[in-house]
Ligand binder design. Structure first.
Ligand SMILES: C[S@@+](CC[C@H](N)C(=O)[O-])C[C@H]1O[C@@H](n2cnc3c(N)ncnc32)[C@H](O)[C@@H]1O
Length: 234
């Protein structure tokens, strides 16, 4: 096994439509803990999202693409409400199993979940002040450009995609740290496959520049993370 190049051939167990529903549901629920530990949205909220939303000076709309079990959008909504920001949050996921997990979590005031993809939202003429995603980019193969283009088209402000950055250290640390959380879930296998499918900062910048030169700024932000940021003009 090498981590020198992305391994796009790997398929995550949770993407198998016939996978064990109980394990899938446990995986989606436990993403909440994993995301809290690794995803860095607390920092992204404090440094980027909160100032941007506060600066609008009016009610705002935020869209989370591929929201899975919905924990990221719910956590951001609670932070924003605590800061007195008036924001309507939407989490979409095209996988009905993920949508069911998000709905089962329960949507606090100001949050709604939809089983939908970007094509549906674009057809509805939907538009948001901020479009985000967490741990979706590594899932994508050739659809990377259509996904990121759709995120730009759905935004009239910021777009922020956050994901794991591939590295040997991330792989080794995740393999050790996930042990207590892994039983009854796909977290170990899928997390390690996700790391092997993930981009480095340089790879993601090059891939996004290929399609839209100069549109995206890709950085690390914190260890083992890659964050792509763009300002949309939709
Ligand atoms: C690893 S999960 C991440 C879920 C959630 N964002 C989180 O951080 O816990 C990836 C999610 O992306 C969704 N997904 C895959 N391809 C997508 C696409 N083209 N558009 C929107 N969501 C997609 C999948 O259904 C899945 O729920």
């Amino acid at each position: 096994m090498t981590l020198d190049v992305r391994d796009e051939t790997l398929v995550e167990l949770m993407d198998d439509p016939a996978c064990d529903p109980a394990r899938l549901s446990a995986t989606l629920r436990r993403f909440g803990v994993v995301n809290r530990l690794v995803s860095g949205w607390g920092g992204l909220y404090a440094v980027t999202l909160r100032p941007y939303l506060a600066g609008l000076g009016r009610p705002a709309r935020v869209l989370d693409l591929g929201c899975g079990g919905g924990d990221v959008v719910v956590r951001l909504a609670r932070r924003a409400a605590g800061d007195g920001l008036d924001v309507e949050w939407t989490g979409i996921d095209p996988d009905p199993r993920a949508h069911a997990a998000a709905t089962a979590r329960g949507a606090p005031p100001g949050v709604r979940f939809r089983c939908a993809d970007t094509t549906m939202l674009l057809a509805e003429g939907d538009s948001y002040d901020v479009v985000i995603s967490n741990h979706v980019l590594h899932h994508l193969g050739t659809e990377l450009t259509s996904f990121t283009d759709a995120s730009l088209a759905l935004s009239r402000g910021l777009v922020l995609h956050s994901d794991i950055a591939r590295s040997r250290a991330a792989y080794a640390l995740y393999a050790a740290a996930i042990q207590p959380l892994a039983p009854g879930t796909f977290l170990r296998t899928d997390g390690l496959r996700s790391i092997r499918r993930s981009y480095t900062v340089g790879e993601l910048q090059a891939a996004l520049d290929d399609a839209r030169p100069g549109m995206w700024r890709v950085g690390g932000g914190r260890p083992f993370r890659v964050v792509a940021l763009a300002t949309a003009h939709g």
